[in-house]
Design a protein around this ligand. Sequence first.
Ligand SMILES: Nc1ncnc2c1ncn2[C@@H]1O[C@H](COP(=O)(O)OP(=O)(O)OP(=O)(O)O)[C@@H](O)[C@H]1O
Ligand SMILES: [Mg+2]
Length: 362
Amino acid sequence: MASLRLVKVSKSYGNVRAIKKIDLQVKDGELMVLLGPTGAGKTTTLRSVAGLEHPEEGEIYIDEIKVNDLSPADRDVAFVFQNYSLYPRYTVFDNMASPLRAHGIAKDEIEKVVRKTSDILHITHLLQRKPEHLSGGEMQRVALGRALVREPKVFLMDEPLTNLDAKLREEMRAQIKRLQKDIKATFFYATPDQAEALSMADRIAVLRDGEIQQIDSSSKIYNHPVNMFVASFLGSPGINFISCGYKKGGILDVGPGIFNVTLSPSQREEVERKVVQPQLVFGIRPEDILVNKENYSDWINSEVDVVELMGSWNVLSLKIKDCFVKARVPADFEVEMGDKVKVKFNISKIHLFDSSTEKAIF
Ligand SMILES: Nc1ncnc2c1ncn2[C@@H]1O[C@H](COP(=O)(O)OP(=O)(O)OP(=O)(O)O)[C@@H](O)[C@H]1O
Ligand SMILES: [Mg+2]
């Protein structure tokens, strides 16, 4: 296995700048997730690493060897394509065996590796079938299997689980992660699914409009997003944003005029050090809002507008004067539309952004 490094890599299609000066490093044995919405440039980045696209600018290193001028075959990467393409005339077994045959591996060994990989992916019962007799999710797992039988320097995976149902997808996330750790493989894995990224990644690189926004561990990205885009792209239901102003003495005037939040001394220091303009955005994740039916005098008055049952928890849409926020509460917290409840914000978990640059103040 090997490390992967991109230095200021840019790729345009005509006048569309698909990726712009991408800088990132995937360490040897690391699972790095490239997370971003549709059109962000994930496939373009992966295809550039594989040698299927030629960036007009920047360098790509695999194992610290510059590969820009190497053919795809000489880069020794395994690619799971977003639009998985299988050999239609081959059986599943032969599809999975083909990369091993191409490397002259012995028949017994091929048999062993294909069986082991197909067991992990739950496709052993399909080994004798041809792709035309498979469902989309089965084809996707065969494509994944065809990559996983090999031991390339780097695995490149472009949304390999998108066609699976939710239950299988969750199981596959865990299986892939375990396999990746077992074989100490280097994975560069693209997905638009924030839950998949959070659950699988050693580190996440968030991509927007071809530009990297933040590269960090899952918990850092989730708890300390660098800007409003990253804050809103991760988490479900998403973070609440409300305009606010800053009043001397460490008070946020949220709404403005809806409610006040008193900052901690360290938060206050950050604001006074960084804030140059008065327009700010207050951010709070739904799980960081405390909701209570008791009439605590120092909590904020609100009214339940909508209750969404999610199974193990509920999402409440709460009305605080003219402002709506979503809060996540335990499933046994029983309330109905129109109920009066009190809310309080977990002060250590609040976020504050500059509204013009959208950058985080803390
Ligand atoms: N062959 C192409 N010709 C022209 N424009 C392209 C081409 N491939 C991609 N693009 C454009 O480049 C940008 C990035 O596309 P890319 O496929 O890399 O995004 P993505 O993050 O993989 O999206 P998705 O999640 O939908 O797969 C988009 O604006 C897209 O329209
Ligand atoms: Mg794509």
